[in-house]
Design a protein around this ligand. Structure first.
Ligand SMILES: Cc1cc2nc3c(=O)[nH]c(=O)nc-3n(C[C@H](O)[C@H](O)[C@H](O)COP(=O)(O)OP(=O)(O)OC[C@H]3O[C@@H](n4cnc5c(N)ncnc54)[C@H](O)[C@@H]3O)c2cc1C
Length: 335
């Protein structure tokens, strides 16, 4: 279906009141034909669940390609592993639950990450010590410009921290479905300190992926704002990675600075840096940084694009001034 002047407010978790010139809803393969030459001549944006996308203008002068194709199917299975396909319009958490209900391990720590399947590969979603790339086998994409279907293997996507080759794609290659490999053999990932602490606090033994899903969901619900009540897109910035020598200097001035090892250097906690600059719980007009999680920008109701960009810029500048560290946005800003 094709709609004109479509209000995107219900389709973005920040709750921004923006209107798209056109919205093309893709529910099945036949619908791809709607994306014809006329639309391809103008601006296009692929949208899933809208939980990582910020529309800063009141009007999007182009076409939103809304991916709504559904389905989960088992492709192969043996005593140890299962391979399944999930179509991009599926809600990610439904896929996580589908796996956990069947006792398949691999994505349970990614429970309750908002959004749809299509986007999980775009930024290699990660949470509580697990990343999509650990269970991702391949994805099938469709490019409406040359009408080519293509399969990308895990290694082709250059997965990194909140990154894949799709993250900043200039084209409009639609991820159509994602293939995952899950384990029937118990593999508990409890390396993350919040998980360890909660297991200790509740005095429990994790024996099933569903138990892990529930635990992670509880931890998340306790500290993350529910976008239905307070508009947000999760982490606004990525955790910055600095050179080890830079980290040593920071450590001298701030001995308690939290950090994690990473392949490319020392990863700092953006939330901590932002909090140290006094932004945690601070409101500026209709936007602000959440009082329980300083990394999350929230919409108090009528946020305007300008307010979002100004607050983001002020935070970036204050973190540079205090720590000489540049924060990079994790969210997809649509200008
Ligand atoms: C409360 C909250 C908590 C969050 N916690 C986490 C977390 O723990 N870890 C984490 O990694 N993220 C987290 N996020 C961010 C968000 O959930 C993820 O980025 C998610 O994968 C976005 O999915 P979406 O369908 O909503 O994407 P959208 O916002 O619709 O799209 C995101 C990007 O992907 C592109 N895209 C979407 N679908 C397709 C497709 N089919 N083909 C090609 N490109 C596509 C879009 O063009 C856009 O660039 C959180 C967000 C919120 C609101």
């Amino acid at each position: 279906m094709v709609y004109s002047n479509f209000n995107l407010k219900p389709l973005n978790s920040f709750g921004l009141n923006s209107t798209a010139k056109t919205l093309i809803s893709i529910d099945n393969e036949d619908d791809l034909l709607y994306i014809d030459e006329d639309y391809l001549r103008t601006r296009n944006l692929i949208l899933g669940g809208g939980s990582n996308t910020i529309f800063v203008n009141d009007f999007f002068d182009g076409n939103i390609i809304l991916i709504r194709n559904k389905g989960i199917s088992i492709i192969e299975e043996d005593d140890d592993f299962v391979i399944l396909d999930a179509y991009s319009g599926e809600v990610w958490n439904d896929v996580v639950n589908f796996c956990a209900e069947r006792n398949w391990w691999g994505v349970e720590n990614l429970a309750a990450v908002p959004g749809n399947v299509g986007a999980v590969a775009v930024q290699n979603i990660g949470a509580y010590g697990q990343e999509l790339k650990d269970s991702f086998l391949e994805c099938l994409t469709y490019n409406p410009i040359n009408k080519v279907w293509k399969t990308y293997q895990n290694k082709d996507l250059d997965f990194g921290y909140r990154y894949s080759i799709f993250k900043y794609q200039k084209s409009i290659e639609i991820i159509w479905k994602v293939r995952l490999k899950l384990s029937k053999i118990k593999v508990i990932n409890d390396s993350y300190s919040a998980i360890k602490d909660k297991i200790k606090e509740d005095n429990i033994n994790i024996s099933s992926p569903m138990q892990m899903c529930q635990l992670v969901t509880q931890i998340r619900n306790a500290k993350l704002p529910n976008p239905k009540l307070l508009g947000n897109c999760g982490s606004f910035f990525k955790n910055p990675i600095v050179h080890n020598s830079h980290f040593e200097l920071l450590k001298k001035d701030y001995p308690s600075i939290p950090s994690f090892d990473s392949e490319k250097g020392e990863k700092l906690a953006a939330a901590w840096l932002i909090e140290q600059c006094g932004w945690k719980g601070r409101r500026v007009g209709n936007v602000g940084m959440h009082d329980k999680q300083a990394l999350i920008m929230v919409n108090y109701g009528n946020a305007k694009g300008e307010e979002i960009l100004c607050l983001a810029q002020d935070i970036v500048e204050s973190v540079i001034n205090k720590f000489n560290v540049k924060l990079e946005k994790e969210v997809h800003i649509i200008l």
